[in-house]
Design a protein around this ligand. Sequence first.
Ligand SMILES: [Zn+2]
Length: 299
Amino acid sequence: MPAQQGLLTKRSEQRMTKKSLTIGRITISWLRGGDFRLDGGTMFGPVPKILWEQRIQATADNTIPMVNDPLLIRTPEHNIIVDSGLGNKLTAKQETLFQVTSPWKVIEDLAALGLRREDIDLVILTHFDFDHGGGVVMQNKRGQLELTFPKAQHLIQKSEWEDVLAPCRRAQSTYWPINFETLAASGQLKLITGDKTVCPGVSVRHSGGHTRGHQVVEIASEGQLAVHMGDLFPTAAHSNPLWVMAYDNFPLSVIEQKEQLMAEYRAKNAWFTFYHDPQVLACRLDERNRVREQWVTAS
Ligand SMILES: [Zn+2]
């Protein structure tokens, strides 16, 4: 599929030309964390293909394009990364298996914004699935593993970290030692229990649902608001609370959390930001959870 791959790469490049979303005195930018193709059925769990394909077109092999784009949140005091992309440690076999169509370019994208990886103070992990935690540890030019953001504290829910270290059978395929061992030994891991203000304007809330320790991120400044619901709301096409993923470990909790969080943040006119959507970076919802305004990549 060389033509399609070219199209995706072009879209990835265009994402850098997109303006950042401004929330009061805070700016949110999207970094290119690697693109892949996933089975459309798994992304939409119980939803019949005839419905989800009206939102995202699948190819003959039933896959759909997905991005894994970390958020860079710049507050007046701090530089924060939310989730870390696929990283640069995938083997050729894994790149084929996951149909990776564009590599992880987080460091290049930070440089384009005038930042080095040492400038990141905080990394918030919504959860530690490989597509979110893969960029926490990188392979350097000498082939050694090191923290991608060497000065940052890494914030993760305690229950998520417990499951990373002692995964159930299903989670063993997504919590990879190569992604967490260096972090575990670094002394730069901070475990959180429940809800917490991380720094002025940025807070996390434990949600569970997708994983037991999944957390969401709230960004607030000068009366404006955004919420990053991570894999509870992976793309704008998932705005119906009942549209959950086959990857969700606790789908009924996902539905409950989506209904609660969407109602709360919708009422406050918040932006909902996305990690996996190849085109929509953020949206606002109407009272029936339909997308009423969206912030898209410049394509
Ligand atoms: Zn994900």
